[in-house]
Design a protein around this ligand. Structure first.
Ligand code: PLP
Length: 402
């Protein structure tokens, strides 16, 4: 019998690696020759023989062709993401929005129907309400997404998939992925989960029965440095997407960004633990403040026990709170914060603040915002990894200005 090389033997670990280890080793293979993910800044790759070229283009043989379709650096990121999400395969994209749009086109065009929670990032809400309908895809936004019966009632013969963002941006609602997956499968349709705010460090939607997961990698995964997105699921889904909508519309991620993402993902679990701890401390402080009407974070409020069952490891760093006195007072607080940066991202080391009603969710009508639970006095906080007491002190002094 041929003796295996040492490297090969190492790759075949006799035990199942923990997720925490996979953030560093996930997707590695015996073919790896680099200790760190290598940067393949190239547009095209040699095709070899005439026959191989034909097979590569037909999708009958795996290999690198052209960076719009695949690339070794991007492949490394995809394998690492798939390992972390326990998915058969992953497709990295230029942004979270392109991942969601691609998957929706692939699953529902032409003439399909989507049932989604109305608790969505504003950009996705706009895609679903304005642009997919222009392509003949209709979307039902369930207005009380905690009520499974409303989801079921919305399913039609042409419904192609259920879609849920959990936790949701900016009200941080946590949904029961297992229950939604069971409902979807009862109707022979897939469940797609946007797991951006949880990341694989806090939630494993595929293990709960979801069929595909989408991520904006622009948040926690990239630690605020790069824009990117991903779709994860069965190998067939990913292969089909790669050779159709992805190849034909071109929203690929650059190899440079893929490598940056691989590096940041190596510290994901530790960073998420810090975000979770800081956010729950800030939420606890704000929940007791007399100038705060309501805090939106899953550890506070009536659903906190149930939420903990759904996401026992924590809820990430995004939270929101409603300032008493509406938009005017929310503006005063925002303008007086000294440590929080006024910026639209989520998941960076530094804490950020934004007023959703006039920015990230400004594309919703006032009525739609009310139904989605976004009041004018709400401020969204992306809690970073500073010392939590400094964040609390900053909020205390800013709230003191109203
Ligand atoms: N999904 C969620 C939950 C988001 O918060 C965002 C952006 O804020 C997106 C998707 C879109 O991601 P991207 O900005 O990478 O296109």
């Amino acid at each position: 019998m041929k003796k295996k090389s040492k490297k090969h033997a190492e790759a075949e670990k006799p035990w199942k690696l923990k997720l925490k280890t996979l953030e560093i080793h996930g997707g590695g293979s015996e073919k790896d020759t680099e200790l760190r993910p290598g940067l393949y800044r190239a547009t095209a790759f040699p095709l070899g023989s005439f026959e191989r070229a034909e097979k590569l283009f037909a999708g009958e043989e795996r290999g690198f062709i052209y960076t719009r379709i695949n690339n070794p650096s991007v492949d490394k990121l995809e394998r690492r993401l798939a390992a972390l999400e326990s998915a058969e395969a992953a497709l990295a994209t230029s942004s979270g929005m392109s991942a969601i749009a691609l998957l929706a086109l692939h699953l529902a065009a032409p003439g399909g129907h989507i049932v989604s929670s109305n608790r969505l990032y504003g950009g996705v809400f706009h895609l679903f309400r304005e642009n997919l309908p222009k392509l003949g895809i209709s979307v039902k936004l369930v207005e009380n997404p905690f009520d499974l019966k409303l989801w079921e009632k919305s399913i039609k013969p042409n419904t192609k998939f259920l879609y849920v963002e959990t936790p949701s941006n900016p009200v941080i609602d946590v949904f029961d992925v297992g229950a939604l997956a069971r409902l979807a499968h009862l109707h022979n349709i897939p469940l797609v989960v946007d797991g951006t705010l949880a990341t694989p460090a806090l939630l494993a939607p595929l293990k709960f029965g979801a069929d595909a997961v989408v991520h904006s990698l622009s948040k926690y995964m990239g630690d605020g440095e790069v824009i990117g997105g991903a779709i994860l699921g069965k190998q067939k889904l990913i292969d089909d997407l790669r050779l159709t909508w992805f190849r034909d519309t071109g929203p690929c991620i650059s190899p440079d960004n893929a490598v940056v993402l691989c590096y940041h993902i190596e510290s994901l679990f530790g960073r998420m633990a810090e975000h979770c701890r800081n956010a729950s401390l800030v939420a606890k402080y704000l929940a007791r403040h007399r100038k705060v009407e309501r805090v939106y974070y899953p550890t506070v409020g009536t659903k906190s026990r149930f939420n903990k069952k759904l996401m026992p490891k924590g809820f990430g760093g995004l939270m929101a709170f409603e300032v008493r006195g509406g938009a005017k007072n929310a503006r005063t607080v925002l303008e007086n914060l000294k440590l929080f940066w006024h910026a639209p991202n989520i998941g960076e080391a530094r804490s950020l603040v934004i007023h959703p009603a006039t920015t990230t969710h400004g594309q919703l009508t006032p009525k739609e915002r009310a139904k989605a639970g976004i009041p004018d006095g709400m401020l969204r906080l992306s809690i970073g990894r500073e010392h939590p007491q400094d964040l609390i002190d900053d909020l205390a002094q800013a709230l003191g200005k109203i």
